[in-house]
Ligand binder design. Structure first.
Ligand code: F6P
Length: 302
């Protein structure tokens, strides 16, 4: 069997599309390398002592584990020296990291959630890394000599502007899933050769589904429309949808979304009355935007 690596795939896709350049390809490959290291750490679990809490909370008030901090460091350190990047933003960091002027800089901005679903680490459930890539908007770029000056504002772009996005899932198999806007590809980590090997492409989410994914323990806090939709699903054949549904909730978005990519369904984490001034629990730029790009690319009309 011919085994397609991420490098082979990106080389092929670059020849087919003028919007995909060598810098973007190197960046995606480097992220996949970082995820390989994180996958190894996750698989060693307690043996490597990385499951303990550290005595700190992240910017969003969540308790951090050693592994959260390490995953963030790995992604930061492996990618910061790439000449294609201008800045990095992470869910685990309060401020964006702008590539220092003494490094060569490029036009891309990398955003990531180093370890999504990390409250599940101790239960040995699937968790993941989510990433999104933007480029510096032309309108805002100023030059300092030959280098572009980047500011925090450059990150504040609509999800439509993403040039690539994806996630790694660390489960029974580790998989690296991404899109550069030309459909979804999935690579599975072959530990024997220490390489991501393509195992799925042209993924389309099955239209006909029986599964919904939402934390129903929050039902009392939801908006009436969401409650009514979920009540209709639960009513099954006797309700207005005239169909029996099943519910799945892993509490790790990467794992729930990956299942939907494979066999269909719907994932919801709606706004609720507990924090009425916040739009929702999921973070737009680290979680919702990249996952939305993936799901959009796995739609029938791509
Ligand atoms: O936003 C982080 C996250 O861990 C998601 O991965 C997951 O879907 C959700 O939160 C779980 O939230 P809860 O514990 O409220 O069900």
């Amino acid at each position: 069997m011919n085994q397609m690596t991420i490098n082979h795939y990106l080389t092929e896709i670059k020849q087919q599309s003028s919007s995909i350049d060598s810098e973007l390809c190197s960046l995606i490959e480097m992220i996949s390398n970082s995820c390989k290291i994180i996958s190894y750490l996750v698989s060693r679990g307690k043996i490597s002592g990385i499951l303990d809490n550290v005595n700190s909370k992240n910017f969003h008030g969540e308790v951090q584990k050693k592994l959260d901090v390490m995953a963030n460091q790995i992604l930061l350190e492996t990618n910061e020296q790439l000449e294609c990047l201008a800045g990095i933003a992470s869910e685990e960091m309060e401020n964006v990291y702008l590539i220092p002027n003494h490094y060569s800089k490029g036009k891309y901005l990398l955003l990531f959630d180093p370890l999504d679903g990390s409250s599940n680490i101790n239960t040995n459930s699937s968790i993941g890394t989510i990433f999104s890539i933007l480029s510096i908007p032309h309108s805002s770029s100023k030059m300092l000599g030959n280098a572009m000056l980047t500011t925090e504002k450059d990150f504040l772009q609509s999800g439509d502007n993403q040039v690539a996005a994806g996630y790694a899932i660390y489960g029974p198999q580790s998989q690296f899933v991404f899109t550069v806007g030309t459909g979804i590809v999935i690579f599975t980590l072959d530990r024997e050769v220490d390489s991501w090997i393509m195992t799925h492409n042209e993924i389309i989410i099955p239209e006909d589904t029986q599964e919904f994914s939402i934390n129903t323990s929050n039902m009392r806090h939801w908006d009436d429309k969401i409650s009514s939709y979920i009540r209709n699903c639960i009513a099954g054949e006797t309700g207005p949808f005239r169909k029996n549904y099943n519910m799945r909730w892993i509490a790790s978005m990467v794992a729930d979304v990956h299942r939907i990519l494979m066999r269909g369904g719907i994932f919801l984490y709606p706004w609720d009355k507990r924090n009425p001034n916040e739009p929702g629990k999921l973070r737009l730029m680290y979680e919702a935007n990249p996952i939305s790009f993936i799901i959009e690319q796995a739609g029938e009309n791509q």
